[in-house]
Design a protein around this ligand. Structure first.
Ligand SMILES: NC(=O)c1ccc[n+]([C@@H]2O[C@H](COP(=O)([O-])OP(=O)(O)OC[C@H]3O[C@@H](n4cnc5c(N)ncnc54)[C@H](O)[C@@H]3O)[C@@H](O)[C@H]2O)c1
Length: 399
């Protein structure tokens, strides 16, 4: 490896912009290990705009490419930050991994369990690493609440929770970024794979393995759209779901969502244990991103501000610099820094492919349960035994 980590941005749409903001913030703060030398997007306009932006912000214009294959032929890279639609995570990652290029892949890793395992196999073969761009658990709020639950045992033994968001959200399915999200063959699923994978990762990270899920799912009024690559297609991913998650520990949770909850809006996340409960501050499925307030069995309340203060105090200077590099306490800057550091130091990333696969398997278990009309063991999804929902996706893309 050269002195600096040579990176490529693959997929230069919405979230890639947020990743680039993170690299820019790090570089401006004096971090000198990263150099973005290439950008790649099948949409030439997006690739060029990203190259232009970087030329202005950090003074180095990356070379722009339309395909990963062209890029890999021309460049010597240490890493690729992959931010494509879900159907193109594995098609972008595998050629990189085969060439020994480390990748950070946006959640939810591969579009299916099989796609994810194919990526993992390619990494195993070449020795390259897969990091997962899972930012929520790295945010200050999430780190502090995970500490309060698992280190400080504030809520005692977790017993049950509810996380539900019902709203009327008029998505514009004609936009490129929505069309691929709404079509199963391209997105793999909709909101469970969007905000939902973050929730799955946090639940596993904080509360441990989920044994079984049962889920009911509906897609109301899916319109026809012009979908990327496929052409005419119908929006066929979930508009609503109602699910129960049964954890190995005995914890049970209800997780419900709809973008067609007309009239009354609901947004609620409360986690109960035998000593009290945490009420999530945020209004979405990014569990604990902005912290949570605690109320004990006795009625005594502890605000998130107090919990955050205690968490930071016990961290100590060295650990604090490690988990919030350069003082940045947002998850995306953290994950981008961690990816570059992992490459530079030859170490594992904080969130690796195995963690990504676990969150992926839990999220996809909801679709499998809705397809089968019965409870599904998450381990059977992770092993590949249950895949009726995923089979058409695997078959279509030859996975
Ligand atoms: N972590 C988060 O909070 C978060 C938020 C939003 C999106 N995401 C994830 O980021 C990824 C991208 O989402 P987005 O919102 O940026 O989508 P987007 O539609 O805004 O951007 C995707 C980009 O990828 C390009 N692209 C498509 N196929 C390609 C290919 N084969 N090779 C190279 N480029 C290709 C498109 O032209 C587009 O510019 C998804 O995995 C999504 O789940 C994560």
């Amino acid at each position: 490896m050269s002195e600096q980590v040579k990176l490529a941005m693959v997929g230069c749409g919405g979230i890639a912009g947020a990743h680039v903001t993170a690299y820019e913030k790090l570089i401006k703060a004096g971090y000198d290990k990263v150099n973005i030398v290439a950008v790649c997007d099948t949409n030439e306009k997006n690739a060029k705009a990203m190259a232009e932006r970087l030329a202005e912000s950090v003074g180095v214009r990356p070379n722009a490419y339309a395909t990963v294959e062209e890029m890999l032929k021309a460049e010597t890279l240490d890493g690729a930050d992959i931010c494509t639609p879900h159907a193109f995570h594995h098609t972008a990652a595998i050629p990189c991994l085969r060439k020994g290029v480390n990748v950070m892949v946006e959640k939810p890793v591969g579009i299916t369990v099989r796609a994810t395992k194919k990526m993992m196999k390619a990494a195993e073969k070449s020795g390259a690493m897969i990091a997962v761009a899972e930012q929520i658990r790295r945010c200050l709020g999430a780190r502090a609440i995970e500490w309060a639950i698992n280190e400080k045992n504030m809520m005692g033994t977790p017993r049950f929770f509810v996380m539900e968001v019902f709203s009327k959200t008029p998505y514009n399915w004609k936009e490129y970024r929505m069309a691929w999200r709404g079509v199963k063959l391209l997105g793999g699923g909709f909101q469970i794979f969007d905000g939902g994978v973050h929730f799955c990762d946090m639940m596993l990270h904080v509360f441990g393995p989920v044994e079984e899920v049962v889920c009911d799912m509906r897609c109301f009024d899916g319109p026809e759209v012009k979908a990327p690559v496929l052409g005419k297609a119908r929006i066929d991913t979930e508009h609503s779901w109602l699910a129960t998650l049964r954890f190995e520990s005995g914890l049970v949770g209800h997780w419900n969502w709809s973008c067609q909850g007309y009239g009354h809006e609901v947004s609620n996340g409360v986690y109960y244990g035998d000593k009290g409960s945490f009420k999530d501050r945020q209004k979405w499925m990014h569990a604990f991103q902005f912290g949570a307030d605690f109320k004990a069995k006795s009625g005594k309340e502890t605000s998130y501000e107090t919990i955050q203060q205690r968490y930071l105090k016990q961290l100590g200077k060295r650990k604090r610099e490690q988990v919030f590099p350069y003082g940045f306490d947002d998850g995306i800057t953290n994950e981008c820094w961690d990816f570059v550091e992992a490459i530079a130091e030859g170490r594992a990333p904080e969130v690796d492919a195995a963690a990504g696969l676990r969150a992926k398997s839990l999220s996809i278990a909801l679709y499998e349960s809705a397809t089968a009309g019965k409870p599904i063991k998450v381990a059977d999804v992770e092993s590949g035994k249950v895949r009726a929902y995923q089979r058409p996706i695997d078959e279509y893309w030859g996975i």
